[in-house]
Design a protein around this ligand. Sequence first.
Ligand code: FAD
Length: 398
Amino acid sequence: MIDFELTETQRAVRDFLHWVAEHEIRPVALQADEEGDVPLELLRRLKELGVTLDTLPGGGASGGDGEAPEHQRNRLAVLAAEELAWGDAAVAISLPGAGLGGPPVQLMGTPEQKERFLGIFRDPEPRWGAYALTEPEAGSDVAAIRTTCRKEGDHWVLNGTKLFITNGARASWNVVFATIDPALGRAGHRVFVVERGTPGFTVGRIMEKMGLRASETAELIFDECRVPAENLLGGEERYRQGEGFRTAMQTFDGTRPMVAAMAVGIGRAAYEYTRDRLREELTLSRPIPRYGVIAERLSWMERELHAARLLVWQAASMADQRIPNSKEASMAKAYAGTVATRVCAAAVELLGAVGLRHDRWVEKWFRDIKVFDIFEGTGQVQRLVVARRLFEPYGLRV
Ligand SMILES: Cc1cc2nc3c(=O)[nH]c(=O)nc-3n(C[C@H](O)[C@H](O)[C@H](O)COP(=O)(O)OP(=O)(O)OC[C@H]3O[C@@H](n4cnc5c(N)ncnc54)[C@H](O)[C@@H]3O)c2cc1C
């Protein structure tokens, strides 16, 4: 059963993070966007406050050892994600912690690997992990990765390029997906933890983006990169049944609701800003010629975001109850990404010229939101996942 009432703990977490978003993150976010970087002092300060992807009560995207009881870890994580993205999504995805790299280590790692790779986040200094799957020729089509790996003695040798990797340059390690033979498709995938400083591993470009400009998006290059055999996640036995590819997919089941929650957070920020500004205008100018149109648009924004949030909470609650949720996670991601994009566009529209001003929030949210319909699986791909689940029981493939 999914209960949509928040518990006392959940309310307390949400309220604390809202405070952090408003008083710590917002004052810095516009300048961070302008400069294309999140100041390290802010990330240090947030870590001191316990706001990292690993120490959040929900455990964040890393599935880290947050203090939340197991049965509300995901629910808390989506509440946290919405509030932090309301503050600023670029800062939220730059928070120290294992990030998207956490779930594969949790899912596949041996006890020694978990301690070795996740233990570093107990360090008082900010540290990052990252998740490197996407390649120039393999985005949505994950099975098409071309980064190769071959075994040589007690090492694996990796060759290839990864693109658009969040926190990939600052990370202490990257979870890297490679293949022993591209012709094998999913069965050939292997998953490595590649530590910074590994010979043959270099960071290429830091990519300029339209939105989430303050978040670091890196190109990673592996050129005869020699990775110790003990960094193959889970050991070789784990890969007999296509486990590498499955791990990539399972990671998304946990993280798509979080990304959807962030989209709701940005959409809500744009909606609240628009509502408050228009309320001021409407109070000052009477009669109000556009009142009916504005009221209708605002109520549409609120309604759509509310619906998206409920889908997010459902997907997260199912994960907490260990109910398979890949259809619901994809529905939440597809819906929230689209709705929040439309809400941000409506905010620009309703505010007229103010909506386009580069020194104001709405223009930034309009740029930031687009990526939420792209990363962690595009909107089209989410809709495809849902369609597949609908037809599966009838033995039909979409
Ligand atoms: C800011 C940012 C951060 C990112 N962070 C990471 C990260 O940390 N780690 C990582 O590995 N990757 C990351 N990515 C990459 C991201 O996951 C990919 O961009 C995404 O999976 C889409 O892949 P693509 O860009 O190659 O687009 P493509 O797969 O080439 O898609 C192009 C278009 O074709 C559509 N399309 C593709 N296949 C189908 C299909 N079967 N049916 C219908 N339509 C289809 C897509 O929906 C899209 O509209 C990040 C990307 C961005 C922009």
